[in-house]
Design a protein around this ligand. Structure first.
Ligand SMILES: NC(=O)c1ccc[n+]([C@@H]2O[C@H](COP(=O)([O-])OP(=O)(O)OC[C@H]3O[C@@H](n4cnc5c(N)ncnc54)[C@H](OP(=O)(O)O)[C@@H]3O)[C@@H](O)[C@H]2O)c1
Length: 256
């Protein structure tokens, strides 16, 4: 029987690459993002798959429930949920508009949590899979990207807790932790000129690593050896040192 995957933020970057891997693996897709046109373009490329489009701004209250209701109105049940949509912002905490920072929390944390909650009965009945896209940002505090780093720490913690809660339920939860990756993230975050983005990983590689880990039911995957080493170091060193290290790459220091 054909399986169905719901992917948030499949119009670009990591979500787009994951959606294409799923389609190649014969999954039908439900795409959720704000850009109808881009989703229709993806649908027209994937002619051999059933692709359902849900135009939704997930940074708005109740958006996750509205997505769930629309999926059910379409008579669909999902086997796989990829909570990928997210964004970051570079800048001093008190220089960034609080409205945008609240939208970030709503998208990166609340919508991800609510979608997981609403779709869990589907996933339990299908012995399904969840992937939450966290980040290497989850491993330490992030001055000058403070809310973003905190939001990803939430995603990693929630994912690991749910993976344990759902152990033996047949549902697996994978947190994908990429380091800097070549997508639209940098331009949305106004991060292109900071040192952190002077070296990025290729998006197809990141998606493939995440995809394999999700299919194996791994709980956490950090992409790339350098990022993995960074995550281990962050676990071992005092968090204050981690904050200082991040400050060097997100603060006023521009890449050479
Ligand atoms: N790139 C990196 O360096 C990096 C590193 C670690 C983790 N990540 C994480 O990876 C995930 C994907 O980011 P990316 O790098 O692929 O960035 P991206 O290319 O900017 O893609 C972001 C996706 O999220 C969707 N999105 C953004 N705001 C939305 C909203 N309010 N409602 C619904 N959808 C929304 C966008 O779709 P529309 O614009 O069509 O709505 C787009 O498809 C994010 O969670 C990000 O935090 C990225």
């Amino acid at each position: 029987m054909t399986k169905t995957a719901l992917v948030t933020g499949a119009t670009s970057g990591i979500g787009n690459a994951l959606a294409k891997l799923l389609a190649a693996d014969h999954y039908d897709l439900i795409l959720v993002s704000r850009d109808d046109e881009k989703m229709r373009a993806i649908k027209s490329e994937l002619t051999d798959r059933s692709v359902t489009i849900i135009k939704k701004d997930l940074s708005q209250f109740h958006a996750a429930k509205e997505v769930f209701d629309e999926v059910k109105r379409n008579g669909l049940t999902i086997d796989l949920l990829i909570n990928n949509a997210g964004f970051g912002l570079v800048g001093a905490f008190d220089s960034l508009p609080i409205e945008r920072q609240s939208e970030m929390i709503q998208l990166n944390c609340a919508a991800l949590t609510e979608l997981t909650y609403y779709f869990l009965p589907d996933l339990r009945s299908k012995m399904g899979k969840i992937m939450n896209v966290a980040s290497t940002a989850a491993y330490q505090p992030g001055p000058f990207m403070a809310v973003y780093f905190a939001s990803k720490a939430y995603v990693l913690s929630l994912s690991e807790a749910l993976a344990e809660e759902l152990d033996k339920s047949g549902v697996t939860v994978t947190a994908l932790c990429p380091g800097p990756t070549h997508t639209n993230f940098g331009s949305v975050a106004h991060a292109e000129n900071i040192k952190m983005f002077s070296r990025t990983m290729d998006v197809q590689t990141v998606a493939r690593i995440g995809y394999r880990a999700m299919m194996k039911g791994k709980r956490v995957v950090v992409t790339g050896q350098l990022n993995y080493a960074g995550a281990i170091a962050a676990k071992l060193l005092p968090r204050r040192w981690g904050a200082k290290a991040v400050r060097i790459i997100t603060g006023s220091n521009k890449k050479k």
